[in-house]
Design a protein around this ligand. Sequence first.
Ligand code: F6R
Length: 603
Amino acid sequence: MCGIVGVVGNRNATDILMQGLEKLEYRGYDSAGIYVANGHKSSLVKSVGRIADLRAKIGIDVAGSTGIGHTRWATHGQATEDNAHPHTSATGRFVLVHNGVIENYLQIKEQYLAGHDLKGQTDTEIAVHLIGQFVEDGLSVLEAFKKALSIIEGSYAFALVDSEDTDTVYVAKNKSPLLIGLGDGYNMVCSDAMAMIRETSEFMEIHDKEMVILTKDSATVTDYEGNEIERGSYTAELDLSDIGKGTYPFYMLKEIDEQPTVMRKLISTYADSEGNMNIDPAIVKSVQEADRIYILAAGTSYNAGFASKTMLEKLTDTPVELGVASEWGYNMPLLSEKPMFILLSQSGETADSRQVLVKANEMGIPSLTVTNVPGSTLSREATYTILLHAGPEIAVASTKAYTAQVAALAFLAKAVGEANGKAEALDFDLVHELSLVAQSIEATLSEKDMIAEKVEKLLSTTRNAFYIGRGNDYYVAMEASLKLKEISYIQCEGFAAGELKHGTISLIEDGTPVIGLISSSELVAAHTRGNIQEVAARGAHVLTVVEEGLEREGDDIVVNKVHPFLATIGMVIPTQLIAYYASLQRGLDVDKPRNLAKAVTVE
Ligand code: F6R
């Protein structure tokens, strides 16, 4: 969702911006643009569609050493060139890119910008006109920027250039992600490290309501009053090879394939060589003290919360409640006496989840963010963080982050259970069981061709489908159906198998695809098989994904048996491949499904 990249210094800005924007493509966007300046000569190029479309419009004369670029995911106004960033002030002197939503933009327009002619419908254009107006009124650029920031309400990451003095990029941030990249003779600003890692591995955080005055040799952080803030830099763990696709046709397939490695990485990170849990004792204590764990998340991360619920409850003896972050941010239900909030978020930047965290912090509730991105907003603002160590996830459809979330929570659950002296936790050999999970994933991955063939028969023409399961299989069905919907555009519901007959079974007709998930006990399996019979009797075209030991003749995909606490990981893998092949066979862009963004930084 909207990406920003900017550079000032001794480098080829056009090249850096275009490479950076390509690296930000995964976030989701529908138009893009760059502004590049060389002294007083400058170029502004925008395009609707892909970065490749923008590139096609860039001639050799678009050159300079200062520049800002942007990928836009439309919120205010359609995806048109006029609405694409960068935007310019009334005289064209100031150029701005923005990520976020300015809530009071209409008030600003009414109060400060009477008579201003605006080219598009965006909130951003109003912000740059406002800055330009304040300079026209006699303020210095810095004063005008500060004054605008004191008026603007909402979320933003801004990078501003004054075309009359292009040696400085003015940066500010509130709620939207933004980082500074430090180079030798040049400095950069960007929505995430991935877009800058080719140029530098040295980064500096910007916190909310801070400004940065960026020149080729300095990055000065201040608050909005202009007081300087000391901020150290850090070296990112990220490797350039982590963000390449290698020989894979799509990132999603690469990331599905990486899951056994991620499981092993989690073992080496969160257990020592003797198998003892290596989880921060302060986190363990905080969970021990809670009378209820609340997991707040969105989308796939929300589903990962469900996939971990049974295990967490059984090992910690603490009830676990799930909340959709976008609901809880505004409608917090009655909480227990000693709540503990766990924010699950691959990106660590989801605005809906952050809204809940802001509330939790106001209420003094201890919080833990489980995320793949160190230094992300949710990580910084929560009391504690557990990192997923899954490596960058670039495909919009989340796969390895989901399984890593469940596995990371298993370490936490076991550590808490052990600290409570619970026999079930002490007996649970997580290191061994998780290595079996890694093997189970490998076994499923070796069946890709067979799965692709079955998907072709089941889903090639359908417009809708169902996943059904009971207990943990129902939780996996929720994630499986989300994955299928988002990348194949097949309307798919994940249903509790026993609930189907209470209404939804009326949708089953001749040829409706129904995928039955069967793990857990014989009893659960028998009941789900009964529900499968019910839909088959009504003409459904059924495919079964069954855990080893429960299979029967005619079952389609058999998954190696793993420990019941971790079964949601093993069972989800075939469903990731089902979604992947359904999308691939329809000729869709698997990694960049329409309308979706990877990091959803608006509420
Ligand atoms: C789906 C997907 C999304 C995210 C959701 C939350 O494949 O990736 O549903 O899970 O937008 O994102 P994070 O986990 O970054 O908070």
